[in-house]
Structure formats: C-alpha cells, structure tokens
Ligand binder design. Sequence first.
Ligand code: NAD
Ligand code: TYD
Length: 353
Amino acid sequence: MIIIGESHLTLIGNYKQMKNVLVTGGAGFIGSNFTNHILSSREDVFIVNLDKLTYAGNLENLKESEHRRNYTFIKGDICNHELVDYIFSKHRINHVINFAAESHVDRSILGSEVFFQTNVIGTNVLLEASRRYEVERFVQISTDEVYGSLGAEGLFTERTPLSPNSPYASSKASADMMALAFQHTYGLPVVVTRCSNNYGPFQFPEKLIPLMIINALSNKKLPVYGDGLNVRDWIYVTDHNKAAELVWEKGKMGEIYNVGAKQEMTNIEIVKLILSYLNKSEDLIEFVKDRPGHDRRYAIDATKINTELGWKPLQKFEEAIAKTIDWYLANKLWWERVISGEYQEYYEIQYEK
Ligand code: NAD
Ligand code: TYD
C-alpha cells in the first residue's frame, strides 16, 4: 500500500482508489462498532472519526482500532463548520457516514436544545461541506422513531408518513428531510437508513437493555415505565452495521432503507429475560411513572433492503441477547467507569420519585 503524505490519496494493491470516510459519532455505541467492523474487514477505507466525546462518546470502545494506520480520531463538534471544512480539505473526504447525534429520548424530554443543535444544525454543517467537496456518498443514519407510534397491528415501511413524537425523533426527522432535500435540490448523493432499536456491546447504560443488565448486576431496582407493554423491534448492532455498510456501498441515491430484524418484544419481556439469565429475582422490577408521550409500538418492514440489496439479519435474538449480557458481565470495568460520572446525576433526575 502507498500512502502519499497525509491526504490518503492512496493506491492499494489493485489500484482501486481509497475511500476517505468521515465517520461522525464514531466513539458512540453504533459508530464505534461500525468503525471496528470496517477497519477489521477492509483495506480500501481510511476512516476519520470526528466525535465531540459527549457523555456518550468513549474512546475505550475503539481500542482495537486506535493503532491502525488507516484510522485517525479527531475530537470535535459536527456543528463547527471551520473544523469540518478543514477535515474535508485535509483528509480529502469523499464519503460521509453520519452517526453523530444526541440519541436518548428521555434526555430529549428533559431538555431538547442540544438535540436540535447536534442532530439538525450539525447535519446541516456536514451536508453543506459534502456539497462543497462533492462527496461520492452521504449516509444519514436515522431511526424508525421518525415514523411515530404503531397500534397493535402494522409495520413501518419507507412510505409510512413521518410523525415523530419526541423531541429526539423530531430532530432526526428534520435531519432526514434536510438530507433528502439536499439530494433533490443539489444532487448530493444522499442515502438514509432508518433502523429499529439496537443492542450489543458498548451501548451506554441509559438505554433499556444495558440499564437493566447493570441495575440487576448491582441489585438495584429495574425501573419499567408505565405498564411495561410498550413494544420495540430489536436488532443486534452488527446486523445494523452490515446494513449501513451495504446501503453506503449499494444504496440508490435519494432512497430510504428501513432496517429491522423482526424481533418485537415488550419491555417487560426483555426485563424478565435479563433477570432470569442473571438468576435474579423479579422482585427487583419496579413499575415507575410513564415516559411523557411514550410511543407504544415500533415494528419495521425491512422488505426493501432485503429484496433490493440482499440484506438480512444474521443474529438470532436468543443468542445475541445472551452474548450481550455476557459482554456486560465480562466488561464490568468498562461500565463502572461509564456510570461513575455524569450518569449518576442524570439517573437521579430521570428516576426521581
Ligand atoms: P450514542 O449516543 O451512543 O453515540 C453518539 C455519539 O455521537 C457519541 O460518541 C457522541 O460523543 C457523538 N456526538 C454527539 N454530539 C456530537 C457532536 N455535536 N459532534 C460530534 N459528535 C457528537 O448513539 P448511538 O446509539 O450509537 O446512535 C448512533 C446513531 O444511530 C444516531 O444517529 C442515532 O439516532 C441512530 N440510531 C440509534 C439507534 C439505537 O438503538 N441506539 C437506533 C436507530 C438509529
Ligand atoms: P430506550 O432504550 O430508551 O429506547 P427508545 O425509547 O428510543 O425506543 O427505551 C426502550 C423502551 O424501554 C421504551 O419503551 C422505554 C422503555 N424504558 C423503560 O421502561 N425503563 C427505562 O429505564 C428505560 C431507559 C426505557
């Protein structure tokens, strides 16, 4: 491999041109799993990881990637257009995969401003730079939450009208629409993924599955909102990331791809499963006041990505949830460090009686 200076204007063995990819939010849960996966499986990619390292960003997630020569990390904000411009120019960025976001619904209910700042303004900064530098691909990593809530029947398809209910979901819907408008107006090669709820290693313990695992391990109460019968459609993070990679490579520009593994579960089922796996008593369950505006059910129809791009999930829920719980058992140091700081303050406010 020949690398010329720092620009990664690189020729690899077969003379294919290197992809210089700006991955944003690559120190978070999904972005770090994506970065580790890409760097361990391909040689035609140079990744520049731009992450602000908010409470959710953690460089420990990237230990296996940090010494690779086709990887560099930059601590910074996607809203900072001078910095973003500098990165595009210095690293000759020709692909963008935008994972960076404020991602937790409960935090967006406590205070929405930073959600609109990062998720909307930040995405706009990235889109404008991508337009100026004529990138080959812009992948907007979005969520099924933009569709709102389902009743007992039906699935979200790419044609389901947007009806976001939380400040988080509305900020993601705004970003999606803006990204698609850039495709429509300027011909920017945008593709959008809308995935269901992820679980797996390195997920910040504010989200349902790691929060319940860690509370159970610490013999703390497991706070279940409302009646516990809200439904989420779960997908293991590696399946989401393979879908994101495929959409990046083969997705049709201007198109949206739903991603989901057909694994609907009520919250109480998940909580009981975690307790049973850890041999803990169900007495730890505590029903607490419901989340305001709590979406009842999410469920994804992933027919389009399956038939058009050949993607299907590989991980079975029973095995992947066991793998996830085992990961938290084996990585106590990781989560003890993560919950030692700001998390405690957040927990007090969110779960105060
Ligand atoms: P996360 O909260 O774990 O990570 C977000 C990352 O973005 C963190 O590393 C954080 O430091 C970084 N970040 C936040 N603000 C930033 C800014 N202004 N500039 C640069 N970096 C910033 O989130 P996640 O669960 O990994 O989600 C990643 C993406 O996937 C998000 O866009 C989210 O909307 C989407 N998504 C998540 C899920 C899920 O179940 N977690 C499902 C579907 C879609
Ligand atoms: P979460 O992991 O926050 O994902 P999202 O709200 O984006 O789908 O929550 C998943 C489900 O679990 C949701 O219905 C809310 C519920 N929940 C609880 O019952 N208790 C909790 O402490 C948390 C964090 C979530």
